[in-house]
Design a protein around this ligand. Structure first.
Ligand code: GLC
Length: 429
């Protein structure tokens, strides 16, 4: 592998998708700013330009709702090529959305900002620039965390629920099949999908799933996006170990960052949330699967689906024996497919190697799992994941995601966060 050439190619993808103050995930399919894309991408951007990396996150947080919620999409421009657009979400004025007249969606995404900002801060060469941005972002990220534990964990269980599959970032995961089947489809406005213009239908969610996605959006819209009501009013409430792991890791990291800049109250609060979350995650452990599972908060039952969300708690800092078990599980999976880590257990009959979040590999998931394993001392498996991730670039270029059996590129091409993760993985080889 020519590291220098790979670095240059990845930098080119970032450049291509750079819209000045934010980056689009890829042109065509995703023409706006996405939340967790814009928190992970700066890790790569910072290796080229630190100011540009900070701008990416600052731009995102300029659109935080007054109630603390961070939307999953910021619609900076008008683009008819994307559905559902701002005219479907209609969040203007709700929860304090739409300040500065830029529309946003009404749901959130994995809270990876705390982790990303701490990492940028720790690595910064220009300490005073980093301090300036960390000070400005710290209270905003803290407000988002506060919002999560207030509005998405109203009973104080220590874990938050997602109320729409898109919030998990793993839009079409097998994890949602069962709880999602209870979401109605009646009364939705007629619509035309746009994703199928950019990607193959066999790799995207089905029509029935799309109907349900939209039913939930309309339901929340009818409730005027009032976050104090949405959790209890949603027929879909899932406690996802992956989503919670990312939030917990961000709480730990924000606490450390707050300590470093003398914000004791923020540090204490975030550390308390994180510790409570780690303890509560135990409830989601499955001995049978050797990993964590989702909990359906509507039925109170664990969901029988061995997905990558259940491997992600290694990123949160769960106890060593749990990390060991997950490392072993990944070893086992690596004997079933050529590349790792597939988003779903390949031995599950529902596994679908090319369909969106039902089997293929995403490099951002690999990055977080590898980071958690490395921190816990599971270096051999972490290295294996890094190697596999870079081999995928050789086989399929900077794709949105990959078939774990043969490395075929799937979904959109020239993908921003894939390129950013390559810049990160190159640090370990
Ligand atoms: C898809 C993914 C989501 C991501 C977005 C932009 O919707 O499921 O996680 O943020 O694309 O890349």
């Amino acid at each position: 592998m020519d590291k220098k050439a790979l670095f240059a190619q990845a930098a080119e993808v970032l450049q291509e998708n750079d819209r000045g103050t934010y980056t689009v995930p890829t042109k065509g399919l995703y023409p706006f700013q996405w939340n967790w894309d814009s928190c992970l991408t700066p890790l790569g951007q910072a290796q080229i330009s630190a100011p540009r990396a900070w701008t990416e996150i600052e731009t995102l947080f300029a659109h935080q709702w007054e109630d603390g919620m961070m939307p999953h999409i910021v619609f900076h421009v008008h683009d008819e090529g994307y559905f559902p657009g701002a005219n479907v979400w209609r969040t203007q004025g709700c929860g304090g959305a739409g300040r500065g007249k830029i529309d946003t969606s009404g749901i959130t995404q994995p809270a990876v900002a705390g982790f990303a900002v701490k990492r940028l801060f720790d690595r910064a060469k220009d300490k005073s620039l980093a301090l300036k941005h960390a000070k400005s972002l710290l209270p905003k990220i803290n407000r988002w965390h506060e919002w999560f534990y207030r509005d998405r964990d109203p009973a104080g269980e220590g874990l938050v629920a997602i109320i729409h599959p898109w919030e998990a970032g793993r839009d079409n995961s097998i994890d949602w099949d069962e709880p999602f089947s209870k979401v109605p489809t009646d009364g939705i406005d007629p619509y035309v999908r746009r994703d199928l213009k950019h990607a193959d239908a066999s790799m995207r969610p089905t029509k029935e799933q799309y109907d349900r996605y939209l039913w939930l959006v309309q339901h929340f819209r009818d409730l005027k996006w009032d976050n104090s009501k949405l959790h209890d009013a949603s027929p879909f409430r899932v406690v996802d170990p992956g989503f919670n792991a990312i939030l917990i890791r961000s709480c730990f990291d924000l606490a450390d960052l707050a300590d470093a800049i003398g914000e004791k109250e923020i540090a204490d609060k975030n550390r308390a949330w994180a510790k409570k979350g780690i303890a509560a995650l135990e409830r989601l452990w499955s001995d049978k699967h050797g990993q964590y599972l989702c909990l359906d908060r509507v039925t109170g039952k664990l969901i029988d689906s061995a997905d990558c969300g259940g491997l992600l708690p290694v990123f949160a800092g769960v106890p060593k024996p749990r990390v060991r078990a997950i490392a072993q599980r990944i070893e086992k999976i690596s004997q079933q497919v050529k590349y790792i880590v597939p988003t779903h257990d390949p031995s599950d009959p529902r596994f679908d190697a090319k369909r969106y979040w039902r089997g293929p590999i995403w490099l951002i998931i690999n990055y977080m799992i590898a980071d958690g394993l490395r921190t816990a001392g599971e270096t051999a498996v972490a290295d294996k994941i890094v190697k596999s991730s870079l081999a995928l670039i050789d086989s399929g270029g900077f794709a949105e995601y990959y078939d774990p059996r043969d490395g075929t590129a799937c979904g959109g091409a020239r993908f921003t966060w894939t390129a950013a993760m390559v810049l990160e993985f190159l640090r370990y080889v």
